[in-house]
Write a protein that binds this ligand. Structure first.
Ligand code: SF4
Length: 346
């Protein structure tokens, strides 16, 4: 049985009209689903009981439960959320002076297998649907209001999973979130983060995506990149840049390169100079990220001097670069550390 929050508005409309329900009911049901984010068909009080019964017979209503909350001293809060089938994912609220950012997940586990990432160690269970992704925003927005009296300001799709491998449901989520049907969240404040799959970047280009795109580069040669991002063996950095160039020209947007500094692996002056050459090819800015270690990783964080030298080389070459401060590492909520499982719950 399909989850009612995984189907498009058009599919919902087709279902309702096929069973003889007036068209205006589609908007009403859609509003209950997305604007009001109700927890059951029975809460759709202006929908006739007979129609609600038909919906119940044909669709599953999504359930979710927050089963663990961890808070770090810097205010970063991580939630472990469980869905109807026992799938568990993590989402993080990151408060800074100016922003309240939700970092959300799009898959239970991840099939990409990056060797520096805790999520990869979980393997891959399944894609999340648009409703399960949206539920994370609803939960974190409620928390933001409770703790800070303000709504979320930014959404980064940088949690567990590779969003472009769950393209349809991720785009449905982004489109609803930024529309009047959802929270009317500014598309310029929603960032999709990907390892950069040229085929899917082509799709984003064709769809004229209005959302920000961040590309996890993490290495400047194909050889090194394929060692830490196994899925990148299938295409070269050159192919990736070509697809990004086309994306930037068509959408008029710039991209952000994300680069985690790994000690003695990708942090040499030569790596920095190669990075300059790559980032000059397309309109871009660069986020350098300190590595956040976790159990069973064999990588280490680059030391402060190496990090500063690396950034200096980029700055001297007029690359727009900043060191992204990782938050929540004490509760394993920082970049690359998400790996929620029920067994972790105490
Ligand atoms: S870094 Fe991202 S793409 Fe790579 S394994 Fe982790 S979640 Fe997947």
């Amino acid at each position: 049985m399909n989850d009612i929050r995984s189907i498009s508005k058009e599919a919902l409309n087709n279902f309702l009209t096929n069973i003889g329900v007036e068209r205006f009911r589609t908007k009403q049901v859609w509003n209950w689903l997305w604007k009001n984010f109700v927890s059951s068909f029975d809460e759709m009080v202006n929908i006739p009981v007979l129609v609600r019964d038909k919906l119940k017979e044909n669709f599953r209503f999504p359930t979710y439960e927050v089963i663990k909350v961890s808070e770090s001293k810097d205010g970063t809060t991580k939630m472990l959320i469980q869905f109807f089938d026992g799938s568990q994912i993590e989402s993080v609220l990151i408060p800074t002076e100016k922003r309240l950012t939700a970092c959300i997940s799009t898959q239970d586990g991840c099939p990409v297998g990056c060797t520096f990432c805790a999520t990869a160690l979980m393997g891959f269970k399944r894609n999340l649907n648009a409703g399960e992704i949206y539920a994370q925003v609803v939960i974190l927005n409620k928390l933001a209001l409770e703790k800070f009296g303000k709504q979320l300001t930014n959404i980064v799709i940088m949690g567990m999973g590779e969003p472009l491998l769950n393209y349809e449901q991720v785009m449905m989520f982004c489109n609803i979130l930024s529309s009047e049907d959802g929270m009317l969240f500014s598309s310029g404040r929603i960032t999709l983060s990907s390892i950069g799959l040229p085929k899917m970047i082509k799709k984003l280009t064709e769809d004229n995506s209005k959302f920000n795109l961040a590309i996890s580069l993490h290495a400047t040669s194909d050889e090194k990149r394929s060692k830490i991002i196994p899925a990148s063996k299938a295409y070269s950095i050159e192919e990736l840049i070509k697809s990004l160039d086309n994306y930037c020209k068509t959408t008029g947007k710039q991209i952000t390169f994300e680069y985690i500094l790994l000690k003695d692996f990708n942090d040499s002056p030569e790596d920095a100079r190669n990075f300059v050459k790559i980032s000059r090819k397309i309109p871009s800015k660069v986020n350098i990220i300190n590595y956040n270690t976790f159990d069973n990783t064999f990588f280490e964080k680059s030391d402060d001097k190496t990090t500063a030298d690396f950034i200096n080389i980029l700055e001297q070459n007029r690359i727009n670069v900043r060191l992204r401060i990782s938050r929540g590492s004490a509760i394993n909520a920082a970049c690359g550390q998400l790996a929620g499982r029920k067994k972790d719950v105490k």
